[in-house]
Design a protein around this ligand. Structure first.
Ligand SMILES: [Fe+2]
Ligand SMILES: [Fe+2]
Length: 196
């Protein structure tokens, strides 16, 4: 069964911010968004995309000067073919992967739109905060604590406006509230972030 094989393959992507648990969270949240809207979506393509969408952020799939989403889309075909995934669905998977980042233009395909929303939501709220704090000093996204807090402040301001579906916006408002409370308390406790 290709799903089991895919999970086994994806286990190698160990990461506190973009590893297995992130893949599963985003898969499940996309299903929830579709369900809230009573939409039928292609769950097989979604599953495949969820577990491979960030593979381009890992060696040996990472490519210099190529965005990880593009690198993931380029690498997923060979993997999926080797696992026995239905080949006619590979283009759909690639579209989901290629357009998943908050800075990408949303696709016209519903699975891609909802998956992108779910990936954005995983950068918001308590989960978004702990993911970013977990990579302090380990990734160019957050070389130190100050830059991590700046990134969270930036996400608090901008990510809600990147969401496409009303269902994701509803969850986004709640998650933004969590970020706001965190940032307000942190500001008060660190003399406006000066004592971080
Ligand atoms: Fe990504
Ligand atoms: Fe992701």
């Amino acid at each position: 069964m290709w799903k089991e094989k895919l999970i086994n393959f994806a286990k190698r992507f160990e990461h506190t911010a973009w590893g297995m648990s992130h893949f599963t969270r985003v898969y499940e949240l996309t299903l929830k968004l579709a369900d809230m809207r009573k939409l039928e979506i292609d769950q097989e393509s979604l599953f495949a995309a969820a577990y491979l969408h960030d593979m381009g952020a890992f060696d040996p799939y990472r490519k210099k000067d190529i965005d990880h989403a593009e690198a993931s889309a380029n690498s997923c075909e060979e993997v999926l073919k080797s696992l026995g995934f239905p080949p006619e669905k590979i283009d759909k998977v690639k579209d989901i992967i290629r357009t998943h980042m908050y800075y990408a233009e949303p696709s016209g395909q519903i699975e891609s739109v909802l998956f992108r929303d779910a990936d954005i939501l995983d950068f918001m709220g308590i989960i978004g905060i702990i993911r970013i704090l977990s990579i302090v000093g380990k990734d160019t996204w957050a070389p130190n604590l100050n830059s991590a807090i700046n990134l969270i402040r930036n996400f608090d301001k901008t990510l809600i406006h990147k969401l496409s579906s009303d269902q994701a916006k509803e969850i986004g408002v709640k998650r933004r509230g969590e970020m706001k409370a965190f940032l307000e308390n942190l500001s008060e406790q660190t003399n406006k972030f000066k004592l971080l």
